[in-house]
Design a protein around this ligand. Structure first.
Ligand SMILES: [Fe+2]
Length: 293
C-alpha cells in the first residue's frame, strides 16, 4: 500500500500545493495502464484470502477500482453482497429502491430508464440523485451473461479527473468543490428537491475524494450561476475529449468490478433475442467505501 491518505492528507486542499504535487506525481507514475493491470484473480469471491484482499486494496488505492474474477462462487447477487462484506462495505441503498433495480438487463423497468436498455450510457457516477451529503461511495458489478456484442464500459478514476482539472483549470475545480452545483429534479413533476443537492467534488470525513456527476439532464437541476455554468462546461469538455487514463474493458461472464463509484460509461450493445441468454449484470451500491481509512 502507498498510504497516500495518511502521507498526503492535504492533497485535496486547493490552498496548499506541497502534498498535492507529491501525491500527484506518485499517483500518475503508479496508475494502471490498461484493464489487464486492474485484474485480481480470486479463487472464490465469497471467501477471499488475505493475499487476495491485500491485492484488491492496493489496486483500489491506486485507481479507486479493480476488476476481479469470481472464481468458484455462484454468479449471483448474494455473492456480490458477500464480497462487499469482506471488504468492509455493506450499507446498500437496495431497500429503498425497485426490487430488480440491481439486475442490469434489458428489462425496460423504471420507465425504461437507460441502464435497463441496450443504449449507450454517457459518463456518470451512480446515484447522483442522493445529493452530496448522503452519497453512494462504492459501486460493485458482477457479470453473469455479457451482451452478444458490445456493452463495454469506459472507466475513469475521479482522482485522475481531479488532477487534470487542478493542473489545467484550478478555478473551475474550486467552483466544483465549493459550490452547490446541482440538485435532484423529479423527472415526472419537474419539482426540485432542495435537500438533495450539493457539490460535484468534495472530501468525506476521512479525507477521501468523493465525486458526483452525470451528463443526464432529466433528473438534475444544475445551477445557472455563471461560475457554475463555466465550471460545468470545463468538466464536460474534459470528459468529451476522452482524457488520458480512461480505461475500457468489457465484463465477461464471471468478471466483476469493485469501485469507489468511479466515473463510467456503458457502450451500446446488442442483446440476445433468447430470454435465457440476455445480458445480465448484478450491481450493488454502497454508502460506505472500500479503503475507508
Ligand atoms: Fe452506472
Amino acid at each position: 500500500m502507498k498510504h497516500w491518505n495518511t502521507r498526503y492528507p492535504n492533497r485535496f486542499d486547493l490552498e496548499s500545493d506541497a502534498d498535492y504535487k507529491r501525491w500527484r506525481d506518485e499517483k500518475l507514475a503508479a496508475y494502471p495502464g490498461n484493464v489487464g493491470d486492474l485484474v485480481v484473480e480470486l479463487g472464490d469471491m465469497t471467501a477471499i484470502t488475505s493475499a487476495e484482499k491485500n491485492k484488491i486494496k492496493e489496486l483500489v488505492e491506486l485507481a479507486n477500482m479493480c476488476v476481479y474474477t469470481a472464481g468458484s462462487a455462484d454468479l449471483s447477487m448474494d455473492s456480490l453482497a458477500a464480497l462487499g462484506r469482506q471488504l468492509g462495505v455493506s450499507h446498500t441503498d437496495k431497500s429503498s429502491r425497485h426490487n430488480n433495480s440491481d439486475e442490469l438487463t434489458d428489462s425496460g423497468i423504471l420507465n425504461r430508464a437507460i441502464p435497463f436498455t441496450t443504449r449507450h450510457v454517457r459518463w456518470h457516477t451512480d446515484a447522483t440523485y442522493y445529493g452530496s451529503d448522503k452519497t453512494i461511495q462504492a459501486l460493485f458489478l458482477l457479470c453473469k451473461q455479457p451482451a452478444v456484442e458490445g456493452g463495454s464500459n469506459k472507466v475513469l478514476d475521479q482522482e485522475i479527473l481531479y488532477i487534470l482539472l487542478r493542473d489545467k483549470d484550478p478555478e473551475a475545480l474550486g467552483v466544483l468543490m465549493n459550490r452547490e452545483c446541482f440538485k435532484f429534479k423529479n423527472p415526472k413533476t419537474g419539482e426540485i428537491v432542495e435537500n438533495l443537492g450539493g457539490k460535484v467534488f468534495w472530501t468525506n470525513p476521512e479525507g477521501h475524494l468523493c465525486h458526483r456527476f452525470s451528463f443526464r439532464k432529466t433528473d438534475m437541476a444544475w445551477s445557472d450561476d455563471a461560475d457554475v455554468v463555466a465550471a460545468r462546461n470545463v468538466l464536460e469538455s474534459f470528459l468529451l475529449n476522452d482524457p488520458e487514463h480512461v480505461i475500457e474493458g468489457r465484463l465477461e461472464s464471471g468478471l466483476g468490478l469493485i469501485s469507489n463509484n468511479v466515473l463510467h460509461t456503458r457502450e451500446t450493445l446488442v442483446d440476445s433475442d433468447d430470454a435465457a441468454k440476455k445480458r445480465l449484470l448484478f450491481r450493488t451500491r454502497f454508502y460506505d467505501r472500500v479503503n475507508a481509512c
